[in-house]
Design a protein around this ligand. Structure first.
Ligand SMILES: C[S@@+](CC[C@H](N)C(=O)[O-])C[C@H]1O[C@@H](n2cnc3c(N)ncnc32)[C@H](O)[C@@H]1O
Length: 280
């Protein structure tokens, strides 16, 4: 697929995602939470677009040893759930970068709403061309997003470039396990805008090529298979709001591709992993 069409596909996918700012705020409103006094403690359970919620962010933060004096970069930060949570929990500064302008705008609004804008900022941009100086960050993180980025060696090179010496890189991602049938790859590319896959073996190799020292690799495949079953049920519970917001066709299409995606976990074609390394 040509690069501009591929990028436009990712943006369209997130512009019509069932989890979005309006849906989150509506959910909070229905629970009787006053939005003019919204706190990060109230928001944090609803704005994380990865698997395992804030527990997964805590696990990543513990593995990376995030501290108050760190400046963290979240590559593919979405609506900024992990960025806000890290700043709130550890007192660190966080910058997020994301390709989808609507996600960046939502991230900024939600961050202002919970009073974290002084320590958490968001930039619109592509993970393959990070608009940051060399060695600008102490920690780089990412969650369930780098599967959208086609050139993984270049992505890792960019992430490591902006990390200071002895800085930590910690991320989780959707992985290929074994070899994926071509028809499955094509359907996931078309329906989920997945561009290429890392694996438990490939990501450490790419990190080591950039001079990183691996601290740990965790296979999350079994845990994510359980989480994803629940996530499919959650998306099905949102079907009416997805239909109202994006139309019946998009809601049906989402259900179809997400069920197919979860089936790939059940079948052992897709997996998940957490990778933590230090820049040497
Ligand atoms: C599943 S969301 C994850 C968001 C966030 N990590 C979280 O856990 O809440 C994936 C995000 O990756 C972003 N993305 C995809 N390709 C990108 C790229 N090439 N550069 C920057 N962001 C990208 C999408 O716009 C989307 O917001």
């Amino acid at each position: 697929m040509a690069e501009p069409a591929r990028l436009a596909g990712v943006v369209r996918y997130y512009d019509t995602h069932p989890i979005n700012e309006a849906q989150i705020l509506e959910h909070l409103r229905r629970r009787g939470i006053p939005l003019d006094r919204l706190t990060e403690d109230e928001l944090k359970a609803h704005d994380q677009d990865h698997y395992g919620g804030i527990d997964a962010v805590d696990a990543l933060a513990a593995a990376a040893g995030i501290r108050a004096d760190d400046h963290v970069l979240d590559i593919c930060s979405g609506m900024g759930g992990p960025a806000r949570y890290l700043a709130h929990r550890f007192g660190c500064r966080v910058t997020g970068i994301d390709l989808t302008r609507s996600r960046v705008e939502s991230a900024r609004r939600l961050t202002a709403l919970v009073g974290l804008a002084e320590r958490v900022a968001f930039v619109h941009g592509d993970a393959l061309a990070l608009p940051f100086a060399d060695s600008a960050f102490d920690v780089v993180i990412g969650q369930e997003a780098w599967v959208h980025v086609p050139d993984k060696p270049r992505l890792i090179a960019e992430a490591v470039r902006v990390l200071r010496r002895e800085g930590r890189i910690a991320f989780t991602d959707i992985l290929e396990r074994g070899s994926m049938p071509e028809a499955t790859r094509a359907r996931l590319e078309q329906g989920m805008t997945y561009a290429s896959y890392g694996s438990l073996e490939r990501y450490p190799r790419w990190l080591e090529t950039q001079g990183c020292r691996m601290l740990r690799v965790d296979d999350l495949s079994a845990e994510w298979t359980r989480i994803l079953r629940d996530r499919l049920a959650m998306y099905r519970s949102l079907r009416d709001t997805t239909t109202t917001r994006f139309g019946a066709e998009r809601a049906a299409e989402w259900d179809d591709i997400y069920a197919f995606f979860v089936a790939q976990y059940e079948a052992g074609v897709l997996g998940g992993g957490r990778f933590v390394a230090v820049k040497g």
